[in-house]
Design a protein around this ligand. Structure first.
Ligand code: SDX
Length: 429
């Protein structure tokens, strides 16, 4: 039996505690502090959980130093090049690349469950035209639990719920766009694939001769694959946290959508393009915006840059940057924002401020250029991130529910408020 690995912690009062150490399959080592408070009364403190592992997972591996990303062991580069999004969704949720038959069955399930309950269409009437589609999406997805069995119900079935969520969230996303444009909803079709249906529901309709191009489809598949999972990021942690109370999967996904919305997370795809648009309107002066990003007194940040884990080039950004060139060439689009993005990247990566902090373009920096080329409006960019990330969230939620050591997540705190004091009646305050 190999010697048990341990770490010894000596506290400021001289007491020592020996804690177990364990290692992951990619040689990441962890000190298990589960017994720390019980044995010493001390807790750990880790602002932003920079150094804290919340779980053990077999789904996605990220090496931030080397710029490596793998879903279930498969390099993201190979999946993005060779797969359709639905195939990768299956891989993430079920842990293996599907056979042809498994993929056909999964696709058929998505087609069968693509419509939302007709009553849910009335929800859209209540939203103002200017409602942000992420607000619509998060509320509609949680509301799915009012129409379909949820975990805890006798008739609940995980596979059915997976298909419902992946198919219906796509439909709700397209409807939220049609709500904003005032156009009639286009229903999903049984003869179209997942991505074909999305583009068709977004852009076709009476009097429109919208043709789905293979190049647009290929670009959409690839961009969704690149967003499909990313270990324990903010929104995935929200999904796991809500799921840890045994809340329904729909509610956990609704929480993930809300967390993704923030501009420091998935909302950065919208913020990054808005930044590029501002630079373009400002004469393309990248230096001015680089200076603002470096100025500690200026809240401006280079959106789509930097990452908690990647201290090297985000492999997804590398693929997206190349895809931008391909899709714009193929669709014969000249988007000035792409050259501004490339100039901004070049200036930043030659600047000591960014180099010394290992700040590189992340997944959100180039994604918006592709969405624009597909005709998707800026306020839908984080919705696109949601469509991509959904299978990852589902896989992570399910993995947490299968954990034999499953516990509700309930962090501790260090209290810094008032110590005990006597109550003062209102007439004497
Ligand atoms: C995603 O976690 C994931 O995996 C997320 C994601 C996924 O797939 O789920 O990869 C998707 O959310 C990507 C990130 C999208 N967000 C943005 O692009 C917003 C801009 N980026 C930053 O706000 C920031 O880089 C974060 C939020 C991404 C990371 O924040 P951290 O890890 O808390 O880093 P930090 O804020 O502590 O920054 C460290 C230093 C600071 O300077 P100093 O205090 O050392 O002087 O770097 C600076 C920061 O000021 N810095 C930036 C910067 N990002 C960090 N300065 C200017 N512009 C930036 N973008």
């Amino acid at each position: 039996m190999a010697d048990k690995r341990t770490a010894k912690l000596t506290l400021d009062d001289g007491r020592e505690i020996v804690l177990p150490v364990f290692e992951g399959t990619e040689q990441e080592c962890a000190v298990d502090v589960s017994s720390l408070r019980k044995e010493t009364g001390y807790i750990t403190y880790d602002n932003g959980f920079v150094n804290t592992g919340s779980c053990q997972s077999t789904i996605t591996f990220v090496d931030g130093e080397k710029g490596i990303l793998r879903y279930r062991g498969y390099p993201i580069e190979e999946l993005a090049e060779n797969c359709r999004f639905v195939e990768v969704a299956y891989l993430l949720v079920y842990g293996a690349l599907p056979t042809r038959e498994e993929l056909d069955n999964f696709s058929a399930q998505l087609t069968e469950r693509a419509n939302i309950h007709e009553d849910m269409k009335h929800f859209f009437t209540g939203f103002p035209v200017a409602a942000h589609p992420m607000a619509i999406l998060s509320s509609m997805v949680t509301s799915l639990s009012s129409y379909y069995p949820t975990s805890g119900d006798e008739e609940w079935n995980f596979d059915d719920t997976v298909a419902r969520l992946i198919a219906k969230v796509r439909t709700i996303a397209a409807y939220s766009y049609r709500k904003a444009t005032g156009e009639p909803f286009v229903y999903p079709r049984g003869d179209l694939s997942y991505c074909e249906n999305f583009l068709n529901m977004m852009f076709s309709g009476e009097g429109k001769n919208y043709e789905i191009s293979d190049k647009a489809l290929r670009a959409l598949d690839k961009v969704l694959i690149l967003h499909a999972d990313h270990e324990q990021n903010c929104s995935t942690s929200a999904v796991r946290l809500v799921g840890s109370s045994r809340a329904p999967l729909y509610a956990s996904i609704g929480a993930g959508i809300s967390a993704l919305w923030g501009p420091l997370h998935g909302g950065a795809s919208q913020a990054a393009v808005e930044m590029l648009m501002a630079i373009n309107e400002d004469g393309g002066d990248c230096g001015k915006y680089i200076a603002m990003a470096k100025d500690k007194d200026d809240p401006f940040r280079l959106m789509g840059f930097g990452h908690r884990v990647y201290k090297n080039y985000d492999p997804r950004a590398r693929i997206l940057k190349q895809s931008c060139d391909e899709i714009l060439d193929e669709l014969n689009i000249d988007d000035p924002l792409l050259s501004i993005a490339k100039s901004l990247e070049k200036v930043a990566l030659e600047d000591e401020y960014f180099v010394s902090r290992n700040l590189y373009p992340n997944v959100d920096f180039y994604a918006g250029i592709i969405y624009r080329a597909l005709g998707i409006p800026v306020n839908m960019f984080t919705v696109m991130f949601t469509l991509g990330r959904l299978p990852g969230w589902i896989a992570q939620w399910y993995e947490s529910t299968q954990d034999p050591d499953w516990r509700i997540w309930r962090p501790r705190q260090v209290y810094q408020g008032e110590t005990s004091r006597a109550f003062i009646p209102i007439d004497r305050r």
